[in-house]
Design a protein around this ligand. Structure first.
Ligand code: GLP
Length: 261
């Protein structure tokens, strides 16, 4: 794992977008794992700008999102399909048929979860997975006690997640109580992971995820087991890291990061 600290949220999101852009240039057929949430909006803004101003090409790219609410059709403004269309897909030259999210309205949810895993395998696996982090430390909707080897499945949302995401619904009582999410094992199977966290409210959980013991209570700690994971944070989210000087030293000296310094 590596930790990169940028001066503010915009700069952190821009760095993530530049990593994605570089990977997409190197491999136009990239299988890209995507995430939702407020933090990701700045990443998608940068990618849209790169598409418009630098001709960043999504035409051959395939995408898989981490999760979707159970019961919300893609046309629902609170669905993650709607979020993705609105923030990214409809503003770049991606083929919507190449964009995948779990179907939260499937009649057989278990079969849908298995089929989602199969679609990822059929595309050759995920090359680069973008991740946010919930305040309780979840990746996707891998709530506390999610098995570290879990695959895509339906999860009941924790009270903390309900409290965190309900304000995003026009009527908070309409927030579904379950979601389909890639499992922790599915995420660990991606070839590269980038976690982005910004703002003081993420400082405590970022420190636990990066420097704390691995535990299924905090699914993000499982990223310590991944052999190619980069955590990008702003100064605020880095506020409770004990070894930030060390992380800065690595970023300044590691040749891989030369183009991003
Ligand atoms: C939701 C998503 C997560 C995301 C989290 C953080 O719960 N399922 O994938 O990481 O929100 O959201 P925010 O960026 O709004 O803090």
């Amino acid at each position: 794992m590596e930790v990169i600290i940028r001066e503010n949220g915009e700069a952190a999101a821009l760095l993530v977008a530049r990593i994605i852009s570089r990977e997409l240039h190197a491999n136009p057929n990239l299988v890209l794992g995507l995430a939702t949430g407020r933090t990701m909006e700045a990443v998608y803004r940068s990618l849209v700008r790169m598409h418009r101003e630098e001709a960043l090409d999504f035409s051959l790219c395939r995408t898989f999102n981490l999760d979707e609410y159970v019961g919300l059709p893609g046309g629902d403004p609170h669905s993650y399909r709607h979020y993705m269309n609105h923030h990214l897909f409809l503003h770049v030259n991606i083929d919507l048929r190449n964009t995948h999210l779990p179907n939260g309205t499937a009649t057989d949810l278990e079969a849908e979860c298995g089929a989602y895993e199969q679609r990822i395998v059929k595309c050759g696996g995920i090359d680069l997975q973008l991740l946010g982090i919930g305040r309780a430390g979840h990746l996707g909707f891998n709530e506390p006690l999610s098995a570290l080897r879990s695959r895509t499945r339906v999860k009941a949302l924790s009270p903390m997640t309900m409290a965190q995401n309900a304000p995003l619904f026009s009527d908070p009582t309409l927030m579904p109580r379950r979601a389909i999410t890639m499992g922790v094992g599915t995420i660990l199977g991606c070839r590269r992971c980038i976690l982005l966290a910004t703002g003081t409210e993420k400082a405590e959980i970022v420190a636990k995820a990066v420097e704390g013991p691995i535990t299924s209570m905090i699914s993000a700690t499982a990223l310590q087991l991944h052999d190619r994971c980069t955590v990008v944070v702003d100064e605020e989210a880095a506020g409770q890291l004990r070894s930030s000087d060390y992380y800065r030293w690595i970023f300044d000296n590691e040749p891989e990061w030369e183009p991003f310094r």
